[in-house]
Every structure is written in structure tokens, then in C-alpha cells.
Design a protein around this ligand. Structure first.
Ligand code: NDP
Length: 392
């Protein structure tokens, strides 16, 4: 039996992971499931899968979680430290699917135990790439990408020499506003930004797709995971979302990964790796699809991509600054404090200000340092938001 833990089990990736595991429950021992506010779902899945422990990150929900699990034999725990402890419980495979930088500490804790970490949480590599890779190396663990784009690159690279890679092309749907007039973006509402043309995902990542902050995180992740230079990494709009990434080699060949927009492919690939097993995803009918189309992203519509290249060039703690500022700006948009295009302006402002604060980018990377920078960048983003509000 494989021992598995799912961090962020109640979310979109977590539920897709459970969907796969629940098809052959006899193969898995579920060590821990973690969630946040959705304790009904957390408790129900923990009981159904006979998990060892269910953990919510919200301490005030511990009593409710205990009530729901009463008599089931599943332990209950709550709080940030409990999440880390759950991640450290002996397991063979851990899914990292908490949203945001809150996923960093539990993911690192799991890696310190030498597990295979299936990484959906983008912030882990964006905020702390060098630290994460060093932890994998030191503790003999493994990192498998779950983001569909990185899973696609990983698959295109199987059996290849990374030194023969000329470029990595990450595709983007273009999000909800890819065909909107630029001027209209100022009036974009939360509901409009929360609709994705192809993928069914959590709200935050859906808005990040519309702004392409999601793609920006993926470019930075690509740089960290595959250790390719920023100049070798490109984004291209591919509205059909069927080609997830392409790898270009020095002989001019392009290897593309094609599949339906269903996260269970990338999750299943990471779950069964190095084997390929049957997965419940649609099979594509190429004749019916007819055409794959591409277009270059417009830098004025998607300023997040330019910011990503700046972060990739700077490295160090620039990723943590970028991500925290982005998260705070996104909160601001969701709360109606700022408009849609203001998010990129806030992030640019914070990156600019914090980069001139001496020593930040060359500081030694530790989890504490990353979390300090994360806090500071949120404060700076808060100030930038207040400044923008004062102008309107
Ligand atoms: P969701 O918002 O659907 O789920 C997030 C999960 O994290 C939930 O279990 C949530 O609990 C939990 N959570 C929320 N806040 C905290 C916190 N502070 N501490 C601990 N747990 C918390 O996100 P997704 O599943 O969409 O995405 C998860 C990660 O995977 C993100 O980093 C995303 O960028 C990445 N990703 C997602 C893809 C997708 O298709 N959805 C594709 C590729 C990557 P609760 O809901 O109970 O409050």
C-alpha cells in the first residue's frame, strides 16, 4: 500500500487527487488530509478514505472538525503547526495543493522527510526555488510537477538531455479577457474575472489566469524547476488549452504535450510516475478539433509577463516579493479596493521599491527569511493599494 497525504485536500486539485485515489482505495493508505474552511468536505473525505488525521489550518474550527469526526477513528488537528506536523508524518507521496504561500512550510517539511512531493502549489518554487531544490537534494526526496504546463515539459523531456534544450514554450489560454478591448479592463468585475474559458479551477487561480499572473508564476517555476535561462522561456497564447507546453531542442525539433484540459492527467501522471496508468480523462478527437491556434501575448494587456522576466533575472528573494505583492493585490481586487489593471501596477511598484532596499536579493534563503519578505511585501502592497485609492 502506498502511503499518501494530500495538503489542500478540499480544494480543486485536492478533490481531483481524491477522485483518482478513491477509484482504487485498496492501493492507498491515506496518512493525512488537510483543508481550510470547508470542514464538512474535509471530514467526509477523511472518513470515506479512512485517513489517519484531518487537519484544518483554522484553529477556531477544531471543535467543529472534532464533532464531525467523532467516533470515526480519524484524528483531528488545527493550525499552521499542525499542518506542518501532518506533512511530516511518514508517507511515500504527498500532494502539495494548498493555495498561496501558506503551502510553502508544509511542502518543505514533507521534503525534509525525503518524500516524493507532487507539486501543484506554484508559490513553493516561485518564493523559494533554490531552498526547495537544495532540500530535495539534501534529504533524498523528489519533486514531481503537477501544474499541467510543467508536467508537460517534464514529459517532453523524458529521455532527453537538458543541455540540448533551446527553449521552453509555456502555453496560456489568455484567460477571461483575452479578447476584451484594453480600455474595458478597467471596468472588469470580480464575476467577469472569475470565469475561465477552458479550465474549471479555484477562484484565485482563475483571476490570475485573466491577468496572466498565473502564467507569470509558471514562467518563474519553469526557470527554477528545469534550471533554464529566462531568455529560453516563452509564453504563447493558445486559446484551445490543448497543448500545455512545448520544448524546443537545438536541432530545431519541438516536442509538444497535447491533452484535454483536465488536471487529473497531470495529477495522475505524478501519482503513478514512472508508470503510465489508465486515467479517466477524455481522449482527444483531433479531426473534430481541427486546428490548434497560437498568438503572441500583448505586453500591454498582460504586464505580469514582463514582471516575471524581471523576477527571473533577479532571482533570490525577488520571487517571494513578487508573489506576496501579487497575493495582496489580488485580495485587493477581490475586496473591490482596486481595479483589475491596478493589480499589476501594485506589484510593479512593490518590486521596484523593495529591490532598492539593499541586500534583499543576495540574502541567504531560509524559510524564515522568505516568510519575513512575504510579510514585508504584503505591507508594501497594502501601502501601494492605499496610495492608488487616494488618487481615485
Ligand atoms: P483551491 O482554492 O481550490 O484550494 C486550496 C486548498 O488550500 C483548499 O484545500 C483550502 O482549504 C486550502 N487552504 C486555503 N487557505 C489555506 C491556508 N492559509 N493554509 C492551509 N490551507 C489553506 O485551490 P486550487 O486547488 O485551485 O489550487 C491549489 C494550488 O495548486 C495553487 O497554488 C494553484 O496555483 C495550484 N494549481 C492549481 C490548478 C488548478 O487547476 N486548480 C492547476 C495548477 C496549479 P478550504 O477550501 O477548505 O478553505
Amino acid at each position: 500500500m502506498r502511503r499518501v497525504t494530500i495538503l489542500g485536500a478540499t480544494g480543486s486539485i485536492g478533490q481531483n487527487t481524491i477522485d483518482l485515489i478513491a477509484r482504487t482505495p485498496e492501493e492507498y493508505e491515506v496518512v493525512a488530509l488537510t483543508g481550510g474552511r470547508n470542514i464538512d468536505r474535509l471530514a467526509a473525505d477523511a472518513m470515506r478514505l479512512r485517513a489517519g488525521i484531518a487537519v484544518t489550518c483554522h484553529e477556531e474550527l477544531l471543535g467543529d472538525l472534532r464533532d464531525r469526526l467523532a467516533g470515526s477513528g480519524v484524528e483531528a488537528a488545527a493550525g499552521a503547526q499542525a499542518l506542518v506536523e501532518a506533512a511530516r508524518r511518514p508517507a511515500d507521496w504527498v500532494m502539495s495543493a494548498i493555495v498561496g504561500s501558506a503551502g510553502l512550510a508544509p511542502g518543505l517539511a514533507a521534503l525534509e522527510e525525503g518524500v516524493t512531493l507532487a507539486l501543484a502549489n506554484k508559490e513553493t518554487l516561485v518564493c523559494a526555488g533554490p531552498l526547495v531544490l537544495e532540500t530535495v537534494e539534501r534529504h533524498g526526496g523528489r519533486l514531481l510537477p503537477v501544474d499541467s504546463e510543467h508536467s508537460a515539459v517534464f514529459q517532453a523531456l523524458l529521455g532527453e538531455d537538458i543541455a540540448a534544450v533551446e527553449r521552453v514554450i509555456i502555453t496560456a489560454s489568455g484567460g477571461a479577457f483575452r479578447d476584451w478591448p484594453l480600455e474595458k479592463l478597467k471596468t472588469a468585475t470580480l464575476a467577469e474575472a472569475s470565469t475561465h474559458p477552458n479550465w474549471d479551477m479555484g477562484q484565485r487561480i482563475t483571476i490570475d489566469s485573466a491577468s496572466m499572473f498565473n502564467k507569470a508564476l509558471e514562467l518563474i517555476e519553469t526557470r527554477e524547476y528545469f534550471q533554464v535561462d529566462p531568455e529560453q522561456i516563452e509564453a504563447v497564447i493558445h486559446p484551445e488549452s490543448l497543448i500545455h507546453a512545448l520544448v524546443g531542442f537545438r536541432d530545431g525539433a519541438l516536442m509538444a504535450h497535447v491533452g484535454p484540459p483536465d488536471m487529473r492527467h497531470a495529477i495522475g501522471f505524478a501519482l503513478h510516475w514512472p508508470a503510465r496508468r489508465d486515467l479517466p480523462v477524455a481522449r482527444l478527437d483531433l479531426a473534430e478539433i481541427g486546428a490548434f491556434t497560437f498568438r503572441a501575448p500583448d505586453p500591454a494587456r498582460y504586464p505580469a509577463l514582463g514582471l516575471a522576466h524581471e523576477v527571473m533575472r533577479r532571482r533570490g528573494l525577488a520571487g517571494a516579493i513578487f508573489n506576496a505583492a501579487k497575493e495582496r493585490a489580488l485580495d485587493g481586487f477581490i475586496a473591490g479596493e482596486i481595479g483589475f489593471p491596478d493589480m499589476a501596477a501594485v506589484v510593479a511598484d512593490v518590486l521596484d521599491k523593495m529591490s532598492s532596499e539593499s541586500g534583499l536579493e543576495n540574502a541567504t534563503m531560509t524559510l524564515d527569511k522568505v516568510l519575513d519578505i512575504d510579510r514585508l511585501a504584503r505591507i508594501r502592497a497594502e501601502e501601494a493599494i492605499a496610495a492608488r485609492r487616494a488618487l481615485t
